[in-house]
Ligand binder design. Structure first.
Ligand SMILES: Cc1cc2nc3c(=O)[nH]c(=O)nc-3n(C[C@H](O)[C@H](O)[C@H](O)COP(=O)(O)OP(=O)(O)OC[C@H]3O[C@@H](n4cnc5c(N)ncnc54)[C@H](O)[C@@H]3O)c2cc1C
Length: 385
């Protein structure tokens, strides 16, 4: 067993660290947070440097690296600023399904746009009436074959960056009669904007540098050539994809927790109260020790999950452990960072209240912690009667 990153991985980590220090400055992060702006200029540069599509093949303009390198990139972006970091590193959300299951023509048409920074994308699974459970009743969003086209109707919600994307993928019901209903799911690529594709943005607690959208499909006509893989296999493709993006989200949570810890340590070394640096008080130093323990344990399990993906040894149980544990740790560490910084911690200028608000979303997206605990317990217990 080797716990060291390779020289190449350390170089990637260092390059991203330098990039975010230069580009995601404190003033810039405050500006986009206050005005809820997508960090377009930094996203474009990050694409050109190969950070966003680091885990896509070079033939499409990607970096040719794996999941662990992607994790390192996400961690560094989110350590600097989670809203902007997540906006940039999820700007290709859904495209991995095109890579995994798309035709050669689909890959050649769509992936270079995303890799080169000419298109942001979205992945639409959640519906207003079903998020955690997409399996037990047919999806509202349905696609009906008409000649060589599909006509899509229905609605999705909370979809990251759908209102600013050039294309995305959507999980639809193509066979409404089959039992169980998930055996009638298909994934279709949507080009946008398009007549019949409408979006509106939610206002939300954190992650304010990208829009979270309600999407409605009203007789949206899409070519049959946009079907990914086989009809009615979409649920399986989605599950394969979700294992990977759960690890991405967990990596973002590690970055948030590390960012909050960095700021709390700095503060504890410099702030004086009752004639001493506050780090000398055991109540503060033990908080820091517990925060560091959570950061380190999260990171270890996230790297292990990423290693499994890169070595064709995906373990969904480990992906679930990484996702729920790192998400919870990020919320707890950011919460403690606010406590350590007292009133200063509550103020927007001091970063940690933003980390706290942003951290909460990592517990919700790609499966809540309850759903991941169900999955972990299911792997331990098997099917009980
Ligand atoms: C910032 C943000 C970005 C997002 N981006 C996207 C995106 O790009 N694409 C996309 O498709 N979706 C996206 N989502 C949606 C997200 O994946 C869902 O919110 C999530 O899957 C939970 O679904 P739900 O909100 O419908 O909650 P529900 O499924 O309604 O769950 C509500 C509560 O019930 C609990 N619960 C449900 N079932 C069980 C059970 N069997 N056992 C125990 N507890 C249970 C849940 O844990 C939760 O606490 C995003 C969400 C957020 C907040």
């Amino acid at each position: 067993m080797d716990f060291e990153l390779s020289k190449e991985q350390l170089d990637i980590q260092q390059a991203v660290r330098e990039f975010v220090n230069t580009e995601l400055t404190k003033d810039y992060l405050l500006e986009i947070e206050r005005h809820h702006k997508f960090p377009w200029e930094v996203w474009k540069k990050a694409c050109e440097l190969g950070f966003v599509a680091i885990n896509f093949p070079e033939e499409y303009g990607g970096g040719g690296y794996g999941e662990l390198e992607k994790v390192l990139v996400i961690e560094e972006f989110c350590r600097q600023g989670a809203g902007a970091g997540t906006a940039i590193t999820t700007a290709n959300f859904g495209s991995k399904i095109i890579l995994n299951r798309g035709t050669k023509a689909q890959k050649e048409k769509y992936l270079p746009l995303m890799c080169k920074g000419e298109a942001t994308t979205f992945g639409a699974f959640t519906e207003p009436d079903r998020g955690s459970d997409l399996t037990t009743s047919p999806l509202t969003t349905n696609a009906v074959k008409q000649g060589n086209d599909y006509i899509i109707n229905g609605a999705k919600t909370f979809i990251t960056s759908a209102s600013i994307a050039k294309f995305g993928i959507v999980l639809c019901q193509t066979d409404p009669k089959v039992t169980p209903p998930y055996k009638g799911h298909s994934i279709i690529i949507i080009d946008c904007p398009a007549p019949g594709f409408e979006t509106s943005d939610w206002e939300k607690m954190g992650m304010n540098s990208f829009p979270s959208c309600q999407v409605s499909f009203n007789d949206l006509k899409v070519s049959g050539e946009n079907l990914i893989g086989e009809e009615n296999k979409g649920f399986y493709y989605a599950m394969e994809f979700l294992n990977e993006v759960r690890v991405d989200t967990a990596a973002g949570a590690v970055g948030i927790a590390q960012g909050a810890l960095d700021r709390a340590v700095d503060y504890a070394k410099n702030r004086e109260a009752f004639g001493h640096k506050i780090g000398t008080y055991q109540a503060i130093s033990h908080k820091l020790a517990e925060m560091a323990t959570k950061v380190e344990t999260s990171r270890l399990v996230v790297y292990k999950a990423a290693w499994g993906i890169d070595h064709n040894k995906i373990d969904p149980k480990i992906c679930s452990i990484a996702k729920w544990y790192a998400g919870r740790a990020a919320v707890e560490v950011a919460d403690e960072a606010i406590e350590i910084m007292g009133g200063h911690g509550y103020m927007l200028e001091n970063d940690v209240e933003r980390f706290y608000r942003d951290a909460k979303s990592t517990e919700l997206v790609e499966g809540t912690k309850e759903i991941h605990k169900n999955a972990i317990a299911g792997a331990l217990l098997g099917k009980l009667s």
